[in-house]
Design a protein around this ligand. Structure first.
Ligand SMILES: Nc1ncnc2c1ncn2[C@@H]1O[C@H](COP(=O)(O)OP(=O)(O)OP(=O)(O)O)[C@@H](O)[C@H]1O
Length: 255
């Protein structure tokens, strides 16, 4: 199901949408972290969010990730209004519809790679052996089929992030949210992780990524620029790194 059914054949569906969202924090002087932002994510789109420190990027991610609700405006995920849900229903929606990738990986240190990947599957009715098989498939997908039983401390930074990406995919989420996914990696490893994101994008995943780095943002199809809690510009990334490797109706890469 989608927020808006496509009007014409071939038109892409909006799967996640924030409409005129406002979020004000009241610690002393009110801070308008988001001051009327609307942003829709089409199915299979890859969007980067950039902006100065304090411009509202994390606040927007928290709304899309069902970690917070707006004071005004609405957030809809796969046709469901997040704003109308109770805290526990929102947590369930978060567990089933959102996959999170963090700058600091956030793996459970005492669990193996495979066990980390099976953790989010509690939201689904999957028996143990199927979970293990699914974790294996996901870890193979991110190039770690030979690291299932390694602890995070036995993996490199790039490998840890790959485990985190496999974990984020555990429930076939509607939306993959990545907060500075290359922030703790060297340039080369960061580029490898972005290659993986590009592959996931090619597989049809819907991705929203916050980054400070222009070169990383250019892997997306468009860059959303936030300034002072407002949407300053949506920049289409022409011949983006994400698009360059693919044949997209033959229309890309000829500039
Ligand atoms: N829980 C909170 N309580 C009070 N103020 C907050 C809270 N979270 C964020 N803010 C304020 O809201 C504004 C937006 O913060 P936000 O974290 O969304 O920005 P950001 O663009 O992600 O910044 P950065 O790039 O530094 O992570 C900032 O002025 C921040 O100080």
């Amino acid at each position: 199901m989608s927020v808006h059914e496509p009007g014409t054949p071939g038109e892409t569906a909006t799967v996640v949408a924030a409409t005129d969202v406002r979020r004000t924090y009241h610690l002393g002087e009110p801070v308008h972290a988001l001051d009327g932002v609307s942003l829709s994510l089409e199915e299979g789109s890859f969007t980067a969010v950039m902006g100065p420190s304090g411009s509202g990027k994390s606040t927007l991610m928290n709304l899309f990730g069902c970690l917070d609700t707006p004071d005004e405006g609405t957030v809809e995920i796969d046709g469901r209004s997040v704003t109308a849900l109770s805290g526990s229903d929102r947590a369930r929606l978060r567990g089933t519809e959102i996959g999170f990738v963090f700058q600091t990986f956030n793996l459970m240190p005492r669990l193996t790679a495979a066990e980390n990947v099976t953790m989010p599957m509690v939201f689904h009715d999957v028996v143990d052996e199927d979970r293990r098989a699914r974790a294996r498939t996901l870890l193979e997908r991110v190039g770690l089929g030979d690291r299932l039983d390694h602890a995070p401390s036995e993996l490199s930074g790039g490998q840890r992030q790959r485990v985190a990406i496999a974990r984020a995919l555990a429930n076939e989420p509607t939306l993959l949210l990545a907060d500075e996914p290359t922030g703790n990696l060297d340039t080369e490893t960061g580029a490898e992780i972005m290659d993986l994101f590009r592959e996931l994008h090619d597989d049809g995943r819907t991705i929203l990524m916050v980054t400070h780095e222009r070169a990383i943002a250019e892997h997306a199809d468009r860059i959303v620029h936030l300034v002072d809690g407002t949407l300053d510009e949506i920049e289409e990334v022409r011949g983006s790194k994400a698009a360059s490797g693919r044949d997209r109706s033959g229309s890309e890469g000829s500039e």
